[in-house]
Every structure is written in C-alpha cells, then in structure tokens.
Write a protein that binds this ligand. Structure first.
Ligand SMILES: Nc1ncnc2c1ncn2[C@@H]1O[C@H](COP(=O)(O)OP(=O)(O)O)[C@@H](O)[C@H]1O
Ligand SMILES: [Mg+2]
Length: 157
C-alpha cells in the first residue's frame, strides 16, 4: 500500500519518521530516497526515536554505517559513496540486512535489485521530495510497503 504525507517544517518530518518507526519490526528494511538535503537523515532520526535509540542520530555519509542500540538494533546506512555491489558486500551490508535489526538505508539504489530478490525481506520505501516552489521547508513524503502501513495512517506523534 501507499501513503502520502506533507511536512511543512523540519520537525514534522522527524515526527512522521517517529510515527513510522513505531510500526517497524525486527528484520524490516527501510529504503529512504530523495535528493541531497531532502530530509532523509531527519526522517531516520525520527525512526531512531521510535526504536528507543538514545544517541543523537547523525548522517552516516562518511562512515557508510552507524549502528544504534534501541529496543532493537538500528543499522543506518548511507550508500552514496559506494560504486558497486562488491563495495557494498565489503561493508557487511548483507549480514545487517538479514539480521534481526531494522536496516535504514539512504541512497539505497545500489542495493535495491538484490534486496528485492527472493522477496524474503519486508521493504518499505520512503520517498522525500522538496517543494521549494511552495516553501523552503515543504516536503512531500510517500511511503510504500505492506498492509502494516494502515497502522501509520491515523496516528499522531
Ligand atoms: N520539512 C523538512 N524536513 C526535513 N528537513 C528539512 C525540512 N525543511 C528544511 N529541512 C532542512 O533540510 C535539510 C535536510 O537534511 P538531511 O536530513 O540531512 O537530508 P538528507 O539526509 O536527505 O540529505 C536540513 O538542513 C533541514 O534543516
Ligand atoms: Mg542524509
């Protein structure tokens, strides 16, 4: 199923991430797509809050992976700097993706074809689009995945 949201302020994106994070279960994969500065890391920090991560969530752009302890582990990847599937493999990505943590991925494109293969993993896709034509903080957020998303539809932060 697909849900559409609009966020008019940065904190609304974090709060949507938090609402979304509450429906996640061990083993779930979250692919965050959107341009640089769209708000993927802010959305991920909301997910972390929902998962009970106490640490401050920062961008894993340079480290590729940040690992957090919460009610379940959260593995936050940013694959922007990776060039091919071999480099991805070398990060240990597949061990994390197949573990009982929640794997959140910014710039997931390189991993998507293999992630979808076999259909074993439950994948949510979150697409964040800037709407500078409306206002500098306006974002459209589309969330796609299984029927569990119904739980997200009518919740508040
Ligand atoms: N509605 C919004 N949601 C998320 N971030 C916003 C929003 N409005 C403005 N911003 C700003 O956009 C930037 C988003 O940064 P970040 O979350 O790191 O994006 P990404 O990870 O997609 O590159 C931040 O500087 C943030 O303050
Ligand atoms: Mg980011």
């Amino acid at each position: 199923m697909k849900l559409h949201f609009t966020c008019k302020k940065e904190k609304e994106t974090v709060s949507l991430g938090k609402r979304f994070g509450r429906i996640l279960k061990p083993g779930d994969i979250v692919a965050l797509t959107g341009d640089l500065g769209a708000g993927k890391t802010h959305f991920a920090s909301g997910i972390g809050e929902a998962l009970g991560v106490k640490e401050y969530i920062t961008s894993p752009t340079f480290t590729i992976l940040c690992e957090y302890e919460g009610r379940m582990p959260m593995y936050h990847f940013d694959l922007y700097r990776l060039e091919n599937e071999e480099e991805l493999f070398d990060t240990g990505f597949w061990e994390y993706a197949d573990s009982e943590g929640v794997t959140v991925i910014e710039w997931p494109e390189i991993a998507m074809p293999l992630l979808k293969k076999g259909g074993r993993r439950n994948i949510y896709t979150v697409t964040i689009t800037r709407r500078d034509d409306i206002s500098p903080e306006y974002r459209e957020i589309d969330v796609e995945g299984d029927g569990r998303l119904e739980e997200l539809e009518n919740t508040v932060d």
